[in-house]
Design a protein around this ligand. Structure first.
Ligand code: IP8
Length: 259
């Protein structure tokens, strides 16, 4: 089984609050369907989550009354985004159902706790994809906190037998600098822990959950002898489909895990 994260930068326009990239999502759903692979999808929050989460400092936890309406609004916005994605999945022929993490699970000091995975497993056994996403989640220590889709991915690799983890983003792979502002930035074909240590950790700092650097760290934690983790550009038509079919594509592969 493959685990795919549709990143917030590909499913939304991150510069504009609540701007959904419907055409891209529709195409990616079709590429996944056409691959014929068994897949679970997690998605990011993009401009449906990060804009208000940053403005009200939601990842710091419960600090002031004025955060509370923002928590409710972000919960609403990311569920709205999710329902549009689940709709596209179902319309493309992939039976899918929303499982909002903030309504089903809690966190403890920003770590997602999934004490009971029965619902997730039973949906998968029925051939229905449970779709989880970056959300605001109640936290036993902090009151609430931001749960990134990347962390959900890590938990899911403990629950399901995942042989390939794919992060679909709007860049070709991991670069040694931000390719959007530095045209001479170089892309890595593979990264290991040593590469990561030399990468600028402030790339894509717009994300309250850390951007490319944190993603690459999560990828290194998830890869193993039996499982590869790949970052691929979803704006390049057909690239995700080729990757899922086992073809060579432009991407960054994480190797060697993290110590
Ligand atoms: O886009 C963040 O999830 P991510 C969730 O996967 C919120 O990092 C609500 C900002």
């Amino acid at each position: 089984m493959k685990l795919i994260k549709l990143g917030g930068s590909i499913i939304t326009d991150k510069k504009e609050y609540r701007r959904f990239n419907a055409d891209t999502v529709r195409r990616l759903c079709r590429e996944i369907r056409d691959s014929g692979q068994d897949v679970i999808i997690v998605h990011g929050a993009g401009s449906f989550g990060h804009v208000l989460a940053k403005k009200y400092d939601l990842n710091a936890g419960n600090r002031s009354r004025e955060q509370i309406p923002a928590v409710a609004q972000v919960c609403y916005d990311v569920r709205d985004l999710d329902s549009m994605i689940v709709k596209e999945l179902n319309e493309s022929g992939i039976p899918a159902v929303s499982v909002p993490p903030g309504s089903c699970f809690v966190m403890e000091d920003r770590r997602l706790i999934i004490e009971n995975d029965e619902v997730l497993r039973r949906f998968v056994d029925l051939g229905i994809m449970p779709v989880m996403f970056g959300d605001v989640v109640l936290d036993r220590k902090l009151g609430f906190a931001i749960l990134s889709g990347d962390q959900i991915m890590e938990r899911l690799t403990d629950i399901f037998d995942i042989d390939q983890v794919i992060f679909v983003s709007d860049i070709d792979g991991l670069f040694d600098d931000d390719p959007k502002t530095n045209p001479s930035a170089r892309m890595y074909g593979t990264v290991d822990q040593r590469t990561l240590e030399s990468v600028r950790s402030d790339i894509s700092v717009d994300d309250v959950t850390g951007g490319v650097y944190e993603k690459m760290k999560a990828m290194l934690r998830m890869c193993s002898e039996k499982r590869e983790c790949i970052l691929v550009n979803g704006n390049a038509e057909g690239r995700l489909l080729s990757l899922l079919k086992g073809e060579d594509v432009i991407c960054t592969k994480a190797t060697g895990g993290i110590i």
